[in-house]
Ligand binder design. Structure first.
Ligand code: ARG
Length: 255
């Protein structure tokens, strides 16, 4: 009995040490490495080229951690598991093109937005351009995204909304005619069009625009502040502009 309670106490101590709380900025600085999670299937923001994770958000995170004096360790995991992992202290920061929404803000602390962009209607049918053309249609989008949420809540008359764990699967639904339209991010769509010139996609109207930011655990404001300081520096010293030009040939910072 006694032995069991000693073991139980030890287990509790381990839990408390590794536990439910996100690592503080102090603890991260002591350790020297920032653990960052992303989906990794979202070109040109964060995606794999062979085994190498690359993209705009990857370059930006490398720049931020350099400025913060930290090393960087990446984890990749499915999009809809990213924000909850912050609470479980599985990683310190998430950067995966999350739009800032009031709903998400209840659960996490967002950094300053690192770009602004819009949700675009993509179709193989040139007649499908905007929200009004989605009436009676089947629309695909990635699970857990603001795109899916928007179509479900704000577009009238949609026949069916189909969701997929990855953006690519949502696109495939369009290509194989299981969906009439696909809602996704406009730079991502542009890249898909350039990479697959044979596919006759039409980039339609923007359904909405959003501010995209990285996120840390709710109680980890000091970490967000440290990131924001580095980010503000990068806007001033031209290093942000350089990365943006490299990936988009334009500056995608929020106005
Ligand atoms: N901007 C959208 C959102 O906030 C989509 C993000 C998707 N990101 C990704 N890595 N698949 O929900």
């Amino acid at each position: 009995m006694k032995r069991i309670s000693v073991i139980a106490a030890a287990a509790l101590a381990v839990l408390a040490a590794t536990g439910a709380h996100a690592r503080s900025l102090d603890a991260i600085q002591k350790d020297g490495t920032l653990r960052v999670a992303t989906e990794g299937y979202y070109a040109p923001f964060a995606y794999f080229e062979g085994k190498k994770l690359t993209g705009f958000e990857v370059d930006l995170t490398e720049l931020m951690t350099q400025k913060m004096g930290l090393k960087l360790e990446w984890k990749t995991i499915s999009f809809d598991a990213l924000l909850t992992g912050l609470k479980q202290d599985r990683w310190d920061l998430v950067i995966s093109s999350h739009g800032i929404t009031p709903e998400r803000e209840k659960a996490v602390t967002f950094t300053l937005p690192h770009y602004c962009s819009g949700a675009q209607v993509i179709s193989t049918d040139a007649a499908i351009q905007g929200a009004k053309d989605l009436s009676g249609k089947t629309v695909s989008a990635q699970t857990g995204t603001t795109y899916l949420d928007y179509v479900q809540k704000n577009v009238a008359g949609v026949k069916r909304v189909v969701n997929f764990p990855t953006n690519e699967a949502a696109m495939n639904a369009l290509m194989t005619k299981r969906a009439d339209a696909w809602v996704t991010e406009r730079f991502l769509a542009k890249e898909m069009l350039q990479k697959n010139p044979k596919i006759k996609f039409h980039q339609g109207e923007l359904l909405f625009v959003e501010k995209i930011a990285a996120a840390v655990a709710k109680d980890n404001k000091p970490l967000a502040d440290a990131w924001n300081k580095a980010f503000a520096e990068s806007l001033k010293d031209g290093s942000y502009a350089k990365i943006s030009q490299k990936w988009f040939q334009e500056d995608i910072r929020c106005p």
